[in-house]
Design a protein around this ligand. Structure first.
Ligand SMILES: Cc1cc2nc3c(=O)[nH]c(=O)nc-3n(C[C@H](O)[C@H](O)[C@H](O)COP(=O)(O)OP(=O)(O)OC[C@H]3O[C@@H](n4cnc5c(N)ncnc54)[C@H](O)[C@@H]3O)c2cc1C
Ligand SMILES: NC(=O)c1ccc[n+]([C@@H]2O[C@H](COP(=O)([O-])OP(=O)(O)OC[C@H]3O[C@@H](n4cnc5c(N)ncnc54)[C@H](O)[C@@H]3O)[C@@H](O)[C@H]2O)c1
Ligand SMILES: O=C1O[C@H]([C@@H](O)CO)C(O)=C1O
Length: 434
């Protein structure tokens, strides 16, 4: 029995869902037209908060203060916001079946709903070490992070195991940001990740050396190279030690794992075309099935600036792809069109007193400026990536909003550069004076 019919449904209640809802409202949404189905018990919130202010020992961020669209300086949308705009927000409601032929969805409670257009925004989930069969990876005391429930479990562990040492597995975004939060909570941390260095997909050895030096100066022990091969537990099933491939064992009352994420594709698997580990979409986030859109972490979209197809697991794209899809849906209803998505990759991270931003593509020759001075005084430093005589990527640590805008402009406009020396001597002024 069909419960209700909606003009639009959004499956997933995270960052993209929240920004899509705001765009629908801005586009004149009528009460009863839109429903959002989310497994989470909380209305869409700024997920990045969870590995930053949510875990701070003082002044921690708590809902409703980080509901979307707080992260981009917009108005916060608490649950009441959805009600006020006539949006049915089904929380703690997992969608089990999405049938694009029948234009229907069925929840885990067995309720079925019909729709005209669906935006799938199911995001990603963490890669579990137990999935790769690491013995003992099911022990108590091993934590991952995606949703508020995960963050609350980690917070409880930090309070409960105050003096216990922690091991953080993974040297990517989660590993670095959660290590900083643990240290801020006076927890002793050992990081374990494969070589050659942290953030291997983005950082050059020179960039990584600064951040690894900074973390070690904060008392973090970094064990680069061997992977965790086993977790030993005590008789109650609580993790006690982490064993590494080289035979090292490290005491651990808390283990935090950040070894990557995988997009949640189950609902559309086999119903729409896939590419690059996600759902293939056009410049309007439309999948191979006309009334089905996919946004955020799960979308493999045309990166117009580079002429290829990419999937991006970052919040700026999650927000912008959601807005793009809604604008395209509404334009099509009026027989109009909008410009195709023209995304400039923007990644960032904040930990301790550090804050870096990256724009563009980290391809070609990397030219790092200001690094020596930075080690001493934590001043600004950065990297430009040069390909075919043009600057295509730019990284800045410690930039002001204006300086970050300047490096974004460089990555977008891709100015020609005569020599590496020009960039080395100009440093940030290359960006601030183009
Ligand atoms: C801890 C953490 C910190 C981060 N920090 C940053 C940062 O600082 N900067 C940055 O650029 N990026 C950051 N990211 C990445 C960024 O948060 C994601 O790229 C973004 O959230 C993706 O948005 P999304 O809407 O695609 O997916 P999500 O925000 O993950 O939302 C997906 C939603 O769908 C729900 N869902 C999934 N399947 C179903 C189903 N079958 N039925 C119902 N609901 C379902 C999920 O529960 C979730 O609510 C961070 C990610 C994490 C986990
Ligand atoms: N500031 C941000 O942009 C930010 C912050 C937090 C999370 N996120 C997102 O959340 C998701 C998860 O982040 P993440 O840091 O887990 O993923 P990631 O891919 O950024 O980093 C995973 C790290 O784990 C390492 N690794 C892989 N297998 C390992 C193993 N068996 N043992 C030890 N290390 C191993 C990899 O070398 C990599 O350095 C990603 O989509 C990420 O973009 C983004
Ligand atoms: O995009 C983000 O949103 C939160 C915060 O700014 C709003 O809660 C955070 O820490 C980000 O990096």
């Amino acid at each position: 029995m069909t419960e209700k019919v909606y003009k639009y449904v959004i499956v997933g209640g995270g960052v993209s869902a929240g920004y899509a809802a705001r765009e629908f409202v801005q586009q004149g949404l009528k009460p009863g037209e839109l429903a959002i189905f989310s497994s989470e018990e909380f209305a869409p919130y700024e997920r990045p908060t969870l590995s930053k202010a949510y875990l701070f020992p003082e002044g921690a961020a708590r809902l409703p203060n980080f509901h979307v669209c707080a992260g981009s300086g917009g108005t916060k949308q608490p649950p009441e916001w959805y009600t006020e705009h006539g949006i049915d927000l089904y929380l703690s409601t997992e969608v089990k079946i999405l049938d694009v032929e029948a234009k229907s969805l069925t929840t885990s409670a067995g309720a079925t709903y019909k729709y005209e257009t669906v935006i799938v925004a199911t995001g990603a989930t963490f890669v579990r070490l137990a999935d790769s069969g690491v013995p003992g990876a099911d022990a108590q005391g091993i934590y991952y992070l995606r949703e508020i429930d995960d963050a609350d479990k980690l917070l409880a562990a930090i309070k409960d195991k105050k003096d216990g040492p922690a091991v953080v597995i993974g040297g990517g975004y989660i590993g670095l940001e959660l290590t900083a939060c643990l240290v801020k909570n006076d927890v002793k941390v050992t990081m374990v990740y494969p070589g050659p260095h942290c953030m291997p997909r983005l950082f050059t050895p020179e960039l990584a050396a600064f951040y690894e030096g900074y973390y070690e100066a904060k008392g973090v022990t970094i064990v680069k190279g061997p992977r965790a091969t086993e977790f030993e537990k005590d008789e109650s099933g609580q993790v006690k030690t982490v064993k590494l491939k080289d035979g090292t064992t490290i005491q651990a009352d808390i283990v935090v794992v950040g070894v990557g994420a995988k997009p949640r594709l189950e609902l559309l698997k086999g119903q729409v075309a896939e590419e690059k580990g996600g759902f293939k979409v056009d410049g309007f986030f439309k999948t191979s099935v006309p009334h089905v859109y996919a946004v955020g972490d799960i979308a493999a979209f045309p990166m117009k600036i580079y002429g290829d197809i990419r999937r991006v697991e970052h919040v700026d794209h999650a927000r912008k792809s959601a807005i793009q899809a809604v604008q395209a849906i509404k334009a099509e209803e009026k027989g109009e069109t909008i410009p195709e998505y023209d995304y400039l990759p923007y990644f960032y991270s904040r930990s301790f007193d550090l804050s870096w931003q990256f724009y563009g593509d980290n391809v070609g020759e990397a030219v790092t400026w200001g690094r020596e001075a930075a080690q001493a005084s934590s001043s600004k430093f950065g990297t430009y990536w040069v390909k075919d005589g043009k600057v295509v990527g730019a990284f800045l640590e410690g930039g002001s909003p204006e300086e970050n805008k300047a490096i974004a402009k460089v990555a977008k406009e891709q100015p020609a550069v005569s020599s590496k020396d020009e960039l080395l001597s100009a440093g940030l002024s290359f960006a601030t004076t183009i």
